[in-house]
Design a protein around this ligand. Structure first.
Ligand code: MD3
Ligand code: FE
Length: 199
């Protein structure tokens, strides 16, 4: 990794522009089969980030809570995780397993994601791998309990982040994105992919 922030490993510029373009094309295929949606939180508030998933499991949220589901809210199974994305997992995860969920998060202009832990998975020994595409995003990491000092880093298009070991359960979020900082996505915005073992 080029940066290590509290055990969170950042591989800056791991994907070059052609690799990013190929991945965006694969993501368009996912979105064509499994349309983006704005999840409703259990508190009844709409999230500002739009989402969809690939893989055996996708992440859904509605009035009955957050959970992994084998089906898109419209009913069908999720599309397969593209080889381009599985490749990145193979390069950086150090895991012997295959990811079961590729969550696709789309941040348009003012979207953000509040500080949270990822703890809906069964194996905290397995890492989470994230790929940033498009506009820069201000990523903030905290501690394994809520509150305390935090550190921030701008994630750029082509950066890959690995959260394993003690970093797996740290609070983290995206405070904002820098609109217009990248030409990768035709409509602008930031896409983040997160790869996880769920079961
Ligand atoms: C640190 N996504 O989908 S990715 C999420 O950019 C999520 O869309 C953010 O947090 C995004 O849950 C941040 C980086 C990330 C992902 C998972 C983590 C950092 C993490 C799990 C544990 C610790
Ligand atoms: Fe998260």
């Amino acid at each position: 990794p080029t940066v290590d922030l509290r055990g969170v490993q950042v591989w800056q510029g791991l994907l070059d522009r052609p690799a990013q373009d190929a991945m965006v094309s694969d993501i368009r295929g996912i979105v064509a089969e499994a349309p983006l949606f704005s999840p409703m939180t259990p508190y009844g508030k709409q999230m500002s980030v739009q989402m969809t998933s690939a893989g055996r499991f996708g992440w859904v949220s509605d009035r009955s809570g957050y959970r992994y589901s084998e089906n898109h809210p419209n009913g069908p199974a999720w599309p397969a995780i593209p080889a381009s994305v599985l490749d990145v997992w193979g390069q950086v995860s150090g895991s012997a397993r295959v990811p079961e969920c590729c969550l696709v998060n789309l941040y348009r202009e003012t979207a953000k994601m509040g500080m949270h832990q990822d703890r809906d998975e069964a194996e905290f020994g397995e890492p989470v791998v994230s790929v940033s595409l498009g506009d820069d995003g201000l990523f903030r990491i905290g501690n394994t309990t809520r509150g305390g000092k935090t550190e921030s880093i701008w994630l750029k298009s082509g950066d890959v982040v690995v959260m394993g070991g003690d970093a797996r359960l740290v609070y983290h979020g995206i405070d904002k994105t820098r609109a217009g900082s990248s030409t990768l996505l035709s409509g602008g915005g930031r896409i983040n992919l997160t790869l996880r073992v769920v079961t």
